[in-house]
Design a protein around this ligand. Sequence first.
Ligand code: GDP
Length: 487
Amino acid sequence: LTTFTDEARIAFDTLSGRTAGLFFPSIRLGVTGLSRAGKTVFITAFVHNLIHGGRLPLFEAQKSGRIARAFLEEQPDDAVPRFQYEDHVATLVGQRLWPQSTRAVSELRLTIEYESASGWNRMFAAGRLAVDIVDYPGEWLLDLPLLGKSFTDFSREAFDLARLPVRADLSQAWRELNATVAPDDDADEMTARRLAESFAAYLLACKHDDRALSTLPPGRFLMPGDLEGSPALTFAPLSDLDGRRARPGSLHAMMERRYDAYKTHVVKPFFREHIARLDRQIVLIDAMQALNAGPAALADLERAVTEILACFRPGRGNFLTDLVSRRIDRILIAATKADHLHHESHDRLQAIVRRIADRAIARANFTGATVDVAAMAAVRATREGTVKQDGETLPVIIGMPLAGERIGTQTFDGNTETAIFPGDLPEDVRTVFAENADPENGATDSALRFVRFRPPKLERTAEGVTLSLPHIRLDRALQFLIGDRLA
Ligand code: GDP
């Protein structure tokens, strides 16, 4: 449970910034998503565009010229690593390479000085908002439901999922190893380690397989952070527990104790120190990758989004409720990398995200916070054009594929600009989901052509001013996430 001091600190954080006793409002914005979803790129582009006065027509405060300046300040939490913004900008803008992805939790404070739109507020408010951006792996968030699950529940669910056709071959080696032990065997460190390693290898294989499966807990098996190699991660689910009590000294008892320790010492503190203090949240999803992989991957993504939403708005009587001191009131579920599609498909991508979100909301029995969806590119690496082929004019995207990317027999060197016909998303987006998909056809009809591009070269104006990072609909995301706090 949250202690009194925690509560006091949280209340204080809410009320104040940390600068020299000045009181001004702050907002904590969580940025999450499974690995490679685009968190690092999003935060870097978010901050870069605000600091450098980017083109943000849908971000009202910026559009109406009310933002005086935005700058980085010392973050409020000394014990949390800082988000390495400067390094990421240097990589993105200087080298035109993608920055190092998120591997653990980190934080950054961006302070915005603005003029309030209303005369009343102008008189009373400081016109300063500190945005504390908290970046953390979605894998860790997916651990929260474990808090409500016993080792027996966790084991049963892990085996049920592992036996699904889409995962069965990937989990086979681990399940076979598991079949060689019985829960009532004597506890043995080496057995525990072999099982844990084999289980972790299966979870990793799901992540890296072309089927683009979303993650299963425990999240630290995939993103260990500072727990790499620690005994807290040396456990695995066991089959055939049948609700039996573990015999002291048995493998069952050993695994159960470690599972409970993982919840107490890893999951709970993470939730209390980071998640429970958030005001707003953006969840990034790689919908494009799932679309490419087919309906089973989309269903899997939907399952992950459902679990994520359930973590943010624990309902009455939910085990998480006791741990929450603030409530998240806005959540944005955003598909990034829309710059891989022609703009005609952006609304379709958004409609797909909308459908995933709507069904997740219904299934997670989620109420309270306002949820919006977006299809965007935090950094736009392509521009659009057309090519004529057989008398037909086709819309294309033009960019510089990363070195080593391939289309057909062509391998790119990282310095060649290329036009690609990316493929369309279907007009009727329902057809990409399992229940409407053509069973003969695993992937969507219009398999997308997907290569990774190098980040863009920054343009200069006639006056020689370098513009900030280009994007698609990043301004809409900003408006939803913090716009109302700058009114
Ligand atoms: P993280 O693991 O969530 O921090 O993911 P990153 O932000 O590191 O993004 C993973 C990869 O996705 C990057 O290296 C890029 O290749 C790609 N990516 C992320 N955001 C964008 C975007 O807005 N546009 C494009 N074209 N690629 C992106």
